[in-house]
Design a protein around this ligand. Structure first.
Ligand code: PEP
Ligand code: MN
Length: 339
Protein backbone atom coordinates (compact mmCIF):
# COMPACT_ATOMS: atom_id res chain seq x y z
CA UNK A 1 0.00 0.00 0.00
CA UNK A 2 1.19 3.50 -0.80
CA UNK A 3 0.15 6.39 1.46
CA UNK A 4 0.52 9.90 0.07
CA UNK A 5 0.45 12.61 2.75
CA UNK A 6 -1.04 16.07 2.15
CA UNK A 7 1.25 18.89 1.27
CA UNK A 8 2.03 20.49 4.60
CA UNK A 9 1.21 17.43 6.70
CA UNK A 10 2.93 17.82 10.05
CA UNK A 11 5.69 15.54 11.30
CA UNK A 12 3.36 14.53 14.11
CA UNK A 13 0.68 13.40 11.60
CA UNK A 14 3.26 11.49 9.56
CA UNK A 15 4.55 9.73 12.65
CA UNK A 16 1.01 8.82 13.67
CA UNK A 17 0.35 7.20 10.28
CA UNK A 18 3.67 5.30 10.50
CA UNK A 19 2.74 4.01 13.96
CA UNK A 20 -0.65 2.84 12.73
CA UNK A 21 0.92 1.03 9.76
CA UNK A 22 3.53 -0.64 11.96
CA UNK A 23 0.76 -1.58 14.40
CA UNK A 24 -1.08 -3.27 11.49
CA UNK A 25 2.03 -5.35 10.78
CA UNK A 26 3.50 -3.42 7.84
CA UNK A 27 7.10 -2.47 7.25
CA UNK A 28 7.22 1.22 6.30
CA UNK A 29 9.52 2.94 3.82
CA UNK A 30 9.40 6.70 3.95
CA UNK A 31 10.32 9.03 1.11
CA UNK A 32 10.16 12.75 1.48
CA UNK A 33 9.56 14.65 -1.75
CA UNK A 34 9.61 18.38 -2.37
CA UNK A 35 5.90 18.64 -1.59
CA UNK A 36 4.61 15.30 -0.40
CA UNK A 37 5.78 12.64 1.96
CA UNK A 38 5.03 9.18 0.58
CA UNK A 39 4.91 6.09 2.81
CA UNK A 40 5.32 2.68 1.20
CA UNK A 41 3.79 -0.02 3.41
CA UNK A 42 4.92 -3.58 2.71
CA UNK A 43 3.82 -6.81 4.31
CA UNK A 44 1.74 -9.92 3.79
CA UNK A 45 -1.48 -8.79 5.46
CA UNK A 46 -4.58 -9.30 3.33
CA UNK A 47 -7.27 -8.13 5.71
CA UNK A 48 -6.54 -4.46 6.04
CA UNK A 49 -9.05 -1.76 5.22
CA UNK A 50 -7.49 1.20 3.37
CA UNK A 51 -10.18 3.48 4.84
CA UNK A 52 -8.58 3.06 8.29
CA UNK A 53 -5.55 4.96 6.94
CA UNK A 54 -7.42 7.28 4.58
CA UNK A 55 -9.29 8.83 7.49
CA UNK A 56 -6.18 9.72 9.49
CA UNK A 57 -5.26 13.41 9.72
CA UNK A 58 -2.86 14.58 7.02
CA UNK A 59 -3.49 11.68 4.62
CA UNK A 60 -4.28 12.64 1.05
CA UNK A 61 -4.54 9.29 -0.72
CA UNK A 62 -4.08 5.58 -0.10
CA UNK A 63 -3.44 3.22 -2.99
CA UNK A 64 -3.70 -0.50 -2.53
CA UNK A 65 -1.03 -2.29 -4.58
CA UNK A 66 -1.50 -5.98 -3.76
CA UNK A 67 -4.66 -7.99 -4.45
CA UNK A 68 -6.84 -8.83 -1.41
CA UNK A 69 -6.74 -12.52 -2.39
CA UNK A 70 -3.70 -14.76 -2.34
CA UNK A 71 -4.56 -18.36 -3.26
CA UNK A 72 -6.68 -17.27 -6.25
CA UNK A 73 -4.06 -14.89 -7.60
CA UNK A 74 -1.97 -15.68 -10.66
CA UNK A 75 1.25 -15.34 -8.69
CA UNK A 76 0.23 -18.30 -6.50
CA UNK A 77 0.42 -20.61 -9.55
CA UNK A 78 1.91 -18.72 -12.49
CA UNK A 79 1.65 -21.79 -14.73
CA UNK A 80 -2.18 -21.91 -14.38
CA UNK A 81 -4.49 -24.52 -12.89
CA UNK A 82 -5.85 -27.56 -14.67
CA UNK A 83 -8.88 -29.03 -12.90
CA UNK A 84 -9.29 -32.80 -13.29
CA UNK A 85 -12.99 -33.49 -13.42
CA UNK A 86 -13.03 -37.27 -14.01
CA UNK A 87 -12.99 -39.63 -17.03
CA UNK A 88 -9.75 -37.87 -18.06
CA UNK A 89 -11.55 -34.55 -18.62
CA UNK A 90 -9.45 -31.53 -17.74
CA UNK A 91 -10.67 -27.95 -17.50
CA UNK A 92 -7.89 -25.43 -18.04
CA UNK A 93 -5.85 -27.59 -20.43
CA UNK A 94 -5.65 -27.36 -24.20
CA UNK A 95 -9.15 -28.67 -24.80
CA UNK A 96 -12.14 -26.35 -24.49
CA UNK A 97 -14.65 -28.39 -22.49
CA UNK A 98 -18.28 -28.30 -23.54
CA UNK A 99 -20.82 -28.62 -20.72
CA UNK A 100 -24.31 -28.82 -22.17
CA UNK A 101 -27.83 -29.88 -21.25
CA UNK A 102 -31.17 -28.50 -20.17
CA UNK A 103 -31.68 -25.69 -17.70
CA UNK A 104 -33.60 -28.17 -15.49
CA UNK A 105 -33.89 -31.91 -15.32
CA UNK A 106 -37.58 -32.58 -16.04
CA UNK A 107 -38.08 -36.34 -16.42
CA UNK A 108 -35.99 -39.42 -17.33
CA UNK A 109 -36.92 -39.37 -21.03
CA UNK A 110 -36.00 -35.70 -21.41
CA UNK A 111 -32.60 -35.96 -19.74
CA UNK A 112 -31.74 -39.23 -21.51
CA UNK A 113 -32.58 -37.75 -24.92
CA UNK A 114 -30.59 -34.59 -24.28
CA UNK A 115 -27.61 -36.45 -22.80
CA UNK A 116 -27.43 -38.61 -25.91
CA UNK A 117 -27.57 -35.69 -28.31
CA UNK A 118 -25.05 -33.45 -26.55
CA UNK A 119 -22.65 -36.37 -26.23
CA UNK A 120 -22.98 -37.16 -29.93
CA UNK A 121 -21.91 -33.63 -30.77
CA UNK A 122 -18.90 -33.52 -28.46
CA UNK A 123 -20.01 -32.42 -24.97
CA UNK A 124 -18.05 -33.95 -22.09
CA UNK A 125 -20.22 -32.76 -19.22
CA UNK A 126 -24.01 -32.90 -18.83
CA UNK A 127 -25.52 -29.81 -17.22
CA UNK A 128 -28.95 -29.65 -15.60
CA UNK A 129 -30.47 -28.19 -12.48
CA UNK A 130 -32.33 -30.23 -9.89
CA UNK A 131 -32.50 -27.38 -7.38
CA UNK A 132 -33.54 -24.24 -9.19
CA UNK A 133 -33.15 -20.89 -7.45
CA UNK A 134 -35.88 -19.12 -9.46
CA UNK A 135 -36.63 -15.44 -9.27
CA UNK A 136 -40.33 -16.20 -8.73
CA UNK A 137 -41.54 -18.73 -6.13
CA UNK A 138 -44.28 -19.70 -8.62
CA UNK A 139 -41.75 -20.91 -11.23
CA UNK A 140 -40.68 -24.56 -11.47
CA UNK A 141 -38.33 -25.25 -8.57
CA UNK A 142 -36.69 -28.45 -9.82
CA UNK A 143 -37.09 -32.16 -9.05
CA UNK A 144 -34.56 -32.26 -6.19
CA UNK A 145 -32.67 -35.51 -5.44
CA UNK A 146 -34.85 -37.50 -7.86
CA UNK A 147 -33.74 -35.18 -10.64
CA UNK A 148 -30.10 -35.70 -9.71
CA UNK A 149 -30.51 -39.46 -9.90
CA UNK A 150 -32.12 -39.20 -13.35
CA UNK A 151 -29.24 -37.04 -14.47
CA UNK A 152 -26.61 -39.43 -13.09
CA UNK A 153 -28.20 -42.32 -14.96
CA UNK A 154 -28.37 -40.36 -18.20
CA UNK A 155 -24.74 -39.29 -17.79
CA UNK A 156 -23.53 -42.84 -17.06
CA UNK A 157 -25.41 -44.20 -20.06
CA UNK A 158 -23.68 -41.67 -22.32
CA UNK A 159 -20.18 -41.49 -20.77
CA UNK A 160 -20.73 -37.95 -19.53
CA UNK A 161 -19.87 -36.17 -16.31
CA UNK A 162 -22.45 -34.21 -14.30
CA UNK A 163 -22.52 -30.56 -13.24
CA UNK A 164 -25.47 -29.42 -11.14
CA UNK A 165 -26.28 -26.57 -8.83
CA UNK A 166 -26.10 -26.80 -5.07
CA UNK A 167 -28.17 -24.19 -3.26
CA UNK A 168 -27.58 -24.99 0.40
CA UNK A 169 -24.73 -26.23 2.58
CA UNK A 170 -26.89 -29.06 3.96
CA UNK A 171 -26.91 -30.66 0.48
CA UNK A 172 -23.16 -31.26 0.23
CA UNK A 173 -23.18 -34.85 1.50
CA UNK A 174 -26.12 -35.99 -0.59
CA UNK A 175 -24.96 -34.28 -3.79
CA UNK A 176 -21.38 -35.44 -3.47
CA UNK A 177 -22.44 -38.94 -4.50
CA UNK A 178 -24.33 -37.77 -7.57
CA UNK A 179 -22.42 -34.94 -9.23
CA UNK A 180 -18.89 -34.56 -10.61
CA UNK A 181 -18.88 -30.77 -10.38
CA UNK A 182 -20.79 -28.66 -7.88
CA UNK A 183 -22.26 -25.56 -9.52
CA UNK A 184 -22.51 -22.53 -7.25
CA UNK A 185 -25.13 -20.29 -8.85
CA UNK A 186 -24.90 -16.56 -9.39
CA UNK A 187 -27.34 -15.94 -6.56
CA UNK A 188 -25.14 -17.87 -4.16
CA UNK A 189 -21.71 -16.53 -5.08
CA UNK A 190 -21.59 -14.71 -1.77
CA UNK A 191 -23.24 -17.44 0.33
CA UNK A 192 -20.17 -17.81 2.52
CA UNK A 193 -21.60 -20.65 4.63
CA UNK A 194 -22.05 -22.66 1.43
CA UNK A 195 -18.60 -21.70 0.12
CA UNK A 196 -16.90 -22.73 3.38
CA UNK A 197 -18.67 -26.08 3.38
CA UNK A 198 -17.71 -26.73 -0.27
CA UNK A 199 -14.14 -25.71 0.50
CA UNK A 200 -13.88 -28.79 2.74
CA UNK A 201 -14.67 -31.13 -0.16
CA UNK A 202 -12.30 -32.20 -2.92
CA UNK A 203 -14.83 -32.07 -5.75
CA UNK A 204 -14.47 -29.50 -8.55
CA UNK A 205 -16.62 -26.42 -8.15
CA UNK A 206 -17.99 -24.22 -10.94
CA UNK A 207 -18.28 -20.82 -9.30
CA UNK A 208 -20.62 -18.52 -11.19
CA UNK A 209 -20.09 -14.80 -11.09
CA UNK A 210 -22.76 -13.02 -9.03
CA UNK A 211 -25.35 -10.90 -10.78
CA UNK A 212 -23.66 -7.68 -9.77
CA UNK A 213 -20.29 -8.91 -8.58
CA UNK A 214 -17.03 -7.23 -9.49
CA UNK A 215 -14.19 -9.45 -10.65
CA UNK A 216 -12.46 -8.82 -7.31
CA UNK A 217 -15.51 -9.97 -5.34
CA UNK A 218 -15.75 -13.06 -7.55
CA UNK A 219 -12.08 -13.92 -6.92
CA UNK A 220 -12.58 -13.39 -3.20
CA UNK A 221 -15.39 -15.96 -3.30
CA UNK A 222 -12.96 -18.34 -5.04
CA UNK A 223 -10.52 -17.57 -2.22
CA UNK A 224 -13.11 -18.80 0.31
CA UNK A 225 -13.25 -22.17 -1.47
CA UNK A 226 -9.48 -22.44 -1.75
CA UNK A 227 -8.89 -21.34 1.80
CA UNK A 228 -10.88 -24.38 2.90
CA UNK A 229 -8.44 -26.58 0.96
CA UNK A 230 -10.32 -27.14 -2.28
CA UNK A 231 -8.22 -25.81 -5.15
CA UNK A 232 -10.41 -27.37 -7.86
CA UNK A 233 -12.17 -24.15 -8.67
CA UNK A 234 -13.50 -23.25 -12.13
CA UNK A 235 -14.82 -19.72 -12.59
CA UNK A 236 -17.92 -19.14 -14.73
CA UNK A 237 -18.81 -15.82 -16.33
CA UNK A 238 -22.60 -15.76 -16.86
CA UNK A 239 -23.37 -12.12 -17.44
CA UNK A 240 -23.88 -9.25 -15.06
CA UNK A 241 -26.68 -6.77 -14.51
CA UNK A 242 -26.23 -3.47 -16.33
CA UNK A 243 -28.53 -0.71 -17.60
CA UNK A 244 -29.03 -2.67 -20.85
CA UNK A 245 -32.35 -4.52 -21.05
CA UNK A 246 -32.28 -6.07 -24.51
CA UNK A 247 -30.37 -9.09 -23.31
CA UNK A 248 -31.19 -10.79 -20.01
CA UNK A 249 -27.72 -9.98 -18.68
CA UNK A 250 -24.64 -8.33 -20.15
CA UNK A 251 -22.12 -11.07 -20.88
CA UNK A 252 -18.76 -9.69 -19.81
CA UNK A 253 -16.39 -11.42 -22.20
CA UNK A 254 -13.61 -9.00 -21.29
CA UNK A 255 -13.64 -10.75 -17.90
CA UNK A 256 -11.92 -13.74 -19.58
CA UNK A 257 -8.57 -12.05 -20.34
CA UNK A 258 -8.85 -9.96 -17.16
CA UNK A 259 -9.29 -13.02 -14.95
CA UNK A 260 -6.58 -14.90 -16.84
CA UNK A 261 -4.18 -12.16 -15.88
CA UNK A 262 -5.28 -11.82 -12.26
CA UNK A 263 -5.83 -15.50 -11.49
CA UNK A 264 -4.56 -18.98 -12.35
CA UNK A 265 -8.06 -20.50 -12.27
CA UNK A 266 -9.78 -21.77 -15.44
CA UNK A 267 -12.68 -19.71 -16.82
CA UNK A 268 -15.85 -21.11 -18.38
CA UNK A 269 -18.52 -18.98 -20.07
CA UNK A 270 -22.30 -19.42 -19.93
CA UNK A 271 -23.77 -17.53 -22.90
CA UNK A 272 -27.25 -18.94 -22.16
CA UNK A 273 -27.85 -17.06 -18.88
CA UNK A 274 -25.55 -14.42 -20.36
CA UNK A 275 -27.91 -13.43 -23.19
CA UNK A 276 -31.25 -15.08 -22.37
CA UNK A 277 -32.07 -15.57 -26.06
CA UNK A 278 -31.22 -18.62 -28.11
CA UNK A 279 -30.38 -16.65 -31.26
CA UNK A 280 -27.71 -14.73 -29.32
CA UNK A 281 -26.11 -17.82 -27.75
CA UNK A 282 -24.03 -19.13 -30.72
CA UNK A 283 -22.34 -15.78 -31.52
CA UNK A 284 -21.37 -15.27 -27.89
CA UNK A 285 -20.21 -18.87 -27.54
CA UNK A 286 -17.96 -18.41 -30.58
CA UNK A 287 -16.63 -15.15 -29.18
CA UNK A 288 -15.97 -16.74 -25.78
CA UNK A 289 -13.80 -19.47 -27.33
CA UNK A 290 -11.95 -16.90 -29.42
CA UNK A 291 -11.36 -14.84 -26.25
CA UNK A 292 -9.75 -17.75 -24.41
CA UNK A 293 -12.53 -19.48 -22.45
CA UNK A 294 -11.55 -22.91 -21.08
CA UNK A 295 -15.07 -24.23 -21.48
CA UNK A 296 -18.68 -23.37 -22.24
CA UNK A 297 -21.84 -24.07 -20.25
CA UNK A 298 -24.74 -24.13 -22.68
CA UNK A 299 -28.44 -24.85 -22.35
CA UNK A 300 -29.73 -27.30 -24.96
CA UNK A 301 -33.21 -28.86 -25.03
CA UNK A 302 -34.78 -31.51 -27.28
CA UNK A 303 -38.07 -29.56 -27.19
CA UNK A 304 -37.34 -26.00 -26.01
CA UNK A 305 -40.99 -24.93 -26.44
CA UNK A 306 -41.96 -27.40 -23.74
CA UNK A 307 -39.06 -26.68 -21.36
CA UNK A 308 -40.07 -26.06 -17.74
CA UNK A 309 -37.40 -23.36 -17.39
CA UNK A 310 -35.35 -21.15 -19.71
CA UNK A 311 -36.79 -22.58 -22.95
CA UNK A 312 -36.19 -19.30 -24.80
CA UNK A 313 -32.46 -19.46 -24.22
CA UNK A 314 -32.11 -23.20 -24.88
CA UNK A 315 -30.60 -24.23 -28.21
CA UNK A 316 -32.38 -26.61 -30.56
CA UNK A 317 -30.38 -29.82 -31.15
CA UNK A 318 -29.44 -28.77 -34.69
CA UNK A 319 -28.25 -25.36 -33.47
CA UNK A 320 -25.99 -27.08 -30.95
CA UNK A 321 -24.61 -29.40 -33.64
CA UNK A 322 -23.86 -26.43 -35.92
CA UNK A 323 -22.24 -24.48 -33.09
CA UNK A 324 -19.92 -27.39 -32.30
CA UNK A 325 -18.88 -27.56 -35.97
CA UNK A 326 -18.06 -23.85 -35.92
CA UNK A 327 -16.14 -24.10 -32.66
CA UNK A 328 -14.00 -26.85 -34.18
CA UNK A 329 -12.85 -24.28 -36.72
CA UNK A 330 -12.36 -21.44 -34.21
CA UNK A 331 -10.56 -23.38 -31.46
CA UNK A 332 -7.38 -24.23 -33.46
CA UNK A 333 -7.00 -20.54 -34.39
CA UNK A 334 -6.41 -19.84 -30.70
CA UNK A 335 -4.28 -22.97 -30.12
CA UNK A 336 -7.09 -24.97 -28.57
CA UNK A 337 -9.08 -28.09 -29.38
CA UNK A 338 -12.72 -28.96 -28.74
CA UNK A 339 -14.48 -32.35 -28.54
C1 PEP B 1 -28.44 -22.02 -14.55
O1 PEP B 1 -27.29 -22.37 -14.90
O2 PEP B 1 -29.47 -22.53 -15.00
C2 PEP B 1 -28.56 -20.90 -13.60
C3 PEP B 1 -29.65 -20.76 -12.85
O3 PEP B 1 -27.50 -20.09 -13.59
P1 PEP B 1 -27.16 -18.72 -12.81
O4 PEP B 1 -26.87 -19.10 -11.41
O5 PEP B 1 -25.96 -18.23 -13.56
O6 PEP B 1 -28.35 -17.81 -12.97
MN1 MN C 1 -31.08 -21.67 -16.74
Amino acid sequence: MVVVMHEGATEEQIQHVIERLVGMGFGVHRSTGVRHTVLGAVGARLDFDTRDIELLEGVREVVRISAPYKLASRSFRPEGTVVEVGRGVQVGGREVIMMAGPCSVENPEQIQAIAKLVREHGAKVLRGGAFKPRTSPYSFQGLGPDGLKMMREAAEANSLLVVSEIVDHTQVQMMQELVDIFQVGARNMQNYVLLKELGKTKKPILLKRGLSATIEEWLLSAEYLMQGGNYNVILCERGIRTFETYTRNTLDLAAIPVVKKLSHLPVVVDPSQGTGRRDKVPPMARAAVAAGADGLLIEVHNEPEKALSDGAQSLYPEQFARLMQQLRIIAPAVERTIG
